[in-house]
Design a protein around this ligand. Structure first.
Ligand SMILES: *[C@@H]1O[C@H](CO)[C@@H](O)[C@H](O)[C@H]1NC(C)=O
Ligand SMILES: *[C@@H]1O[C@H](CO)[C@@H](O)[C@H](O)[C@H]1NC(C)=O
Ligand SMILES: *[C@@H]1O[C@H](CO)[C@@H](O)[C@H](O)[C@H]1NC(C)=O
Ligand SMILES: *[C@@H]1O[C@H](CO)[C@@H](O)[C@H](O)[C@H]1NC(C)=O
Ligand SMILES: *[C@@H]1O[C@H](CO)[C@@H](O)[C@H](O)[C@H]1NC(C)=O
Length: 336
């Protein structure tokens, strides 16, 4: 099996030190999946957001061996940035799932759903998996609701971007869709030819807030494998230029701020719920569940680490003073 053990050069000292690995001569990145040219630009932008806002201290890594329970423990949020294919080993997937049950929040940027297609816990936590996109073009994205993470976008946001299609409806696992698109604003020869149903209107960004979701099947969870942290995903961000577009940067900054809000002593958990319509408003109940992807469960037994106590611990760590920057892991993992 090919392994991508490199760290991005700019952050090698930090990320690789954690793994106890020498950084003097990073091995070449061997990737089976598509590597987005915009990853370095996105990393620079998110680093700048962290500095400008003092919201978080990011660690950037392409090293899947970082995904152990011990090494993930300090991170309040993990960002999947344009990942490709099977980026974690089975052990890594287990460690990630355990981390989610302890209250961690998850952010997906652009192709952050284009990986771990066989990992039900990943897809449930993130909301769905990437399916395909038509050729990049000017496309118009539309707000489905009011939310602080899309308030900076115009109601009709036309931008040079890939329109991503997904393998299931994130509303099936209790996500609320933020953005959709105008299907007449771009050409999509594959439309209607895929075996997946992503719900209506089709999702381009979504969130799920502070509620329990069973990582084994997306239902309201009471099992040990329950995610309680927040999920925020936007499919925008393909182009290098996008990562210097102030509108996009404000969108991503708001998403990161929102995903980390539960760890911020100054914020309450009511940031958006009052203005949010019920996700059932856009639900397409019935029609979708039968065509949802059927990734085999990767861990029948799950982890037993999740508890409200663990969640409280993560929150209180960050809550002391409200100024402490939170640890955020930006994982631009590629196929291993
Ligand atoms: C960070 O702040 C600097 C100085 O105000 C600004 O020029 C830059 O655009 C900001 N970057 C981001 C990503 O917010
Ligand atoms: C994912 O599952 C499919 C269908 O069971 C299988 O063909 C494929 O080899 C699996 N991929 C990995 C990386 O496990
Ligand atoms: C996309 O829109 C911009 C702004 O209107 C325009 O300059 C550009 O040529 C368009 N690109 C394509 C590929 O249509
Ligand atoms: C979805 O979230 C609502 C609260 O927003 C909660 O009452 C419900 O149990 C959740 N359902 C699932 C399937 O997680
Ligand atoms: C989801 O999985 C949990 C165990 O993790 C189980 O108790 C529950 O019945 C399942 N729900 C459905 C609808 O399959």
């Amino acid at each position: 099996m090919l392994k991508a053990l490199s760290c991005i050069a700019a952050i090698a000292s930090l990320a690789c030190a954690a793994g106890g690995r020498s950084v003097s001569q990073p091995p070449p990145i061997l990737t089976l999946g598509y590597r987005h040219a915009s990853i370095p630009a996105a990393i620079s932008a998110i680093r700048a957001i962290g500095q400008n806002t003092s919201l978080f201290t990011p660690t950037f890594s392409e090293d899947e061996s970082l995904f152990t329970s011990q090494q993930l423990e300090p991170f309040k949020a993990i960002v999947f940035l344009s990942n490709s294919e099977e980026v974690l080993t089975q052990d890594g997937q287990e460690a990630f799932k355990e981390w989610l049950t302890k209250g961690g929040s998850l952010v997906g940027l652009h192709a952050g759903t284009a990986c771990l297609f066989n990992d039900t816990a990943f897809g449930t936590a993130m909301g769905s998996w990437f399916d395909y996109h038509p050729d990049i073009s000017n496309a118009t994205f539309l707000k489905v609701m009011d939310h602080e993470t899309i308030d900076m976008l115009p109601d009709r946001y036309t931008t040079y971007e890939e329109v991503h299609h997904f393998r299931s409806d994130p509303r099936d696992v209790n996500c609320t869709v933020l953005l959709t698109y105008d299907p007449d604003s771009f050409s999509d020869p594959m439309r209607g030819t895929r075996p997946y149903y992503q719900g209506s209107p089709p999702p381009s960004a979504w969130y799920r807030e502070g509620q329990t979701v069973d990582l084994t099947n997306g239902t309201a969870g009471l099992s040990p494998a329950t995610m309680t942290g927040r999920t925020w995903f936007t499919s925008l961000g393909h182009e290098i230029e996008t990562w210097s577009n102030p509108t996009h940067l404000a969108h991503v900054e708001a998403g990161l701020r929102w995903a980390l809000a539960e760890f911020n002593a100054d914020s309450t958990s009511s940031t958006s719920s009052s203005s949010s319509p019920s996700s059932s408003t856009y639900s397409t109940s019935g029609a979708s569940s039968s065509s949802a992807p059927s990734a085999p469960s990767t861990s029948p037994s799950g982890s037993s680490a999740g508890s409200n106590g663990a969640v409280a611990t993560m929150g209180s760590l960050a809550g002391s003073g409200g100024t402490a920057a939170l640890a955020l892991l930006l994982a631009a993992l590629l196929a291993i």
